[in-house]
Design a protein around this ligand. Structure first.
Ligand code: 4F9
Length: 262
């Protein structure tokens, strides 16, 4: 997959391309990474890329001509890539959108600065607008890195055999179970015994239950529109029965603080 980032701060990406899984994916030709300096397409001695907004008001707007020049140069390098603008007004990025975007040849990611870019660029050149969340950044660069990072690790071969994107949080709309490594006891806490048992079936069952519990406690919103396997349904039903038993035990003891007849 080919990534081309259009920015007035290309140096921001130098470190990003040079570390961890992104670096390895580039060296294995699983992705290609390039930046285009929008300023290189600006005119005049000072190569100005921003200007005051028509209609007045505070803040500056990115001029259309340098952006159009940079986008055309990117299109020549990667004619099949989709052109994405990082903006708080876009579709909110999530794992589902990450999967969808890995289906394409590549992305041209346009990073705005200042108050935004001239509307005619969005209208004439941009295929999709993407937001990484409901907050305002000082520019699209960090958002572009987040999108590239999340996509790269989904491309087959980017993660080693040891790692897997299938088990990630969100890949099945559940959060991941807890992880432990050596030592067996740390700060007085032991690793759950089942993980030391060598019983793979029991370990898988524990992990599934741990995922369900975490998602229920931390992100119930993820659970609402999800289809459950038979094994998952059985786990949820068992919780119901266990909770029911706790409630019944307490009401038969007459200790229910709400019953008023203790
Ligand atoms: C981009 C915010 C994507 C959230 C771009 C200022 C942005 C952003 N998601 N904020 N420029």
């Amino acid at each position: 997959m080919d990534f081309i980032v259009l920015t007035i701060f290309p140096e921001m990406f130098n470190q990003f391309w040079e570390h961890g899984i992104i670096r390895r994916a580039i060296s294995k030709n699983i992705i290609s990474a390039a930046t285009i300096d929008i300023r290189a397409f600006a005119q005049g001695k000072h190569r100005v890329t921003d200007d005051r907004p028509f209609g007045g008001g505070s803040g500056m707007v990115m001029k259309p001509e340098p952006l159009a020049g940079a986008i055309r140069a990117a299109e020549e390098q990667a004619p099949l890539s989709k052109k994405i603008l990082l903006t708080p007004q876009g579709r909110v990025f999530d794992q589902k959108l990450a999967y969808e975007l890995t289906g394409g040849e590549g992305l041209i990611l346009v990073c705005g600065r200042y108050e935004g870019i001239d509307e005619r660029i969005s209208y004439d050149y941009i295929d999709y607008e993407i937001s990484i969340g409901d907050y305002v950044l000082t520019g699209g660069e960090l958002a572009a890195m987040i999108v590239i990072d999340a996509l790269t690790r989904l491309i087959p071969g980017a993660l080693g055999n040891e790692e897997s994107a299938e088990k990630d949080s969100f890949s099945n709309n559940l959060l991941e179970h807890a992880h432990y490594t050596r030592p067996r006891t740390f700060n007085g806490s032991d690793v759950p015994g089942v993980l030391l048992s060598g019983n793979h079936k029991e370990i898988e069952k524990w992990r599934l239950e741990a995922s369900l519990i975490r998602t229920f406690l931390k992100r119930q919103d993820l659970m609402k529109n999800r289809a459950y396997s038979q094994q998952e349904t059985e786990i949820l039903k068992k919780w119901c029965r266990d909770i029911e038993k706790i409630i019944q035990a307490q009401s038969s003891c007459g200790t229910d603080p709400l019953s008023g007849n203790q």
